[in-house]
Design a protein around this ligand. Structure first.
Ligand code: UDP
Length: 227
């Protein structure tokens, strides 16, 4: 309000769908109860922005619900550099491949899914970036709040990620199946139609592209941004 900002594109998360909503998750579904504090920060921020846009009719808000962004810039010069032990799957896989970690632990192999590992909707970070550009453009001629999923609509398992990464990059990723991680949902993926309808945006890159670009970044920058 103090800066006169009337357009906000917010980075929200698929985690706000919670465990109650069956996949594919669409934007018309009520939010669920989050399984972790991070999820609640997203859910609460969504609520605040939504209420603010009701109070201020000039406000234009787009809530982008990210599914699982992975990959890196195609140049291999911009990528993910988590500090400490990676929590997310793809940086862990890349760090095992580059020799920084011994092996990946797959959190649970006994879920009710085709191969027993969890299903997620992975999206290339450059597709995600392009979705943001469209959202910013959309804000300029829109008022109120619009909720939009950024995903591909295509679920993949943890083993799909490991296998595709190995095949595309011709490199071994040691792994073992371990216990489930608390708070993990067995399956969550998007209904990606609204983004196409409202923003004219659709993810273009496939899982092989995501695995190739993640590895390209990691192998060129084994220590991330540190020289
Ligand atoms: N995962 C895993 N081992 C890891 C990190 C993640 O098996 O070291 C699994 C995790 O259980 C989930 C999937 O990979 O099924 C994606 O996890 P991530 O943390 O990247 O995203 P989120 O849980 O937020 O969907």
């Amino acid at each position: 309000e103090q800066t006169g900002c009337k357009e906000i594109v917010f980075s929200s998360s698929a985690t706000v769908y919670g465990s109650e909503n069956p996949s594919p998750c669409h934007e018309g579904m009520p939010k669920g109860s989050c399984t972790n504090p991070y999820g609640w920060t997203k859910s609460m921020m969504e609520q605040i922005l939504q209420d603010a846009s009701v109070a201020d009719k000039e406000l234009s808000v787009v809530l982008l619900r990210y599914f699982n962004p992975i990959g890196a810039h195609e140049s291999g010069r911009i990528g993910e550099d988590p500090q400490g032990i990676p929590n997310n799957l793809m940086p862990y896989v890349s760090q095992v491949a580059v020799g920084k970690r011994e092996k990946l632990t797959i959190f649970g192999g006994d879920y009710d899914t085709p191969d027993g590992t969890c299903l997620r909707d992975y999206i290339h970070v450059m597709d995600l970036a392009e979705g943001h550009v469209r959202a910013v453009e959309f804000c300029a001629h829109h008022h109120g709040t619009e909720i939009i999923n950024l995903g591909t609509g295509q679920p993949y398992s943890v083993l799909d990620i490991v296998n595709t990464f190995q095949n595309v990059n011709h490199i071994k990723v040691a792994y073992e199946i371990g216990p489930r991680r608390a708070g993990d949902l067995p399956v969550i993926y998007s209904d990606a139609h609204k983004a196409e309808r409202v923003l004219g945006w659709k993810a273009k890159r496939n899982l092989a592209d995501m695995c190739r670009d993640s590895w390209n970044w990691q192998k060129n920058n084994p220590n991330g941004y540190k020289r």
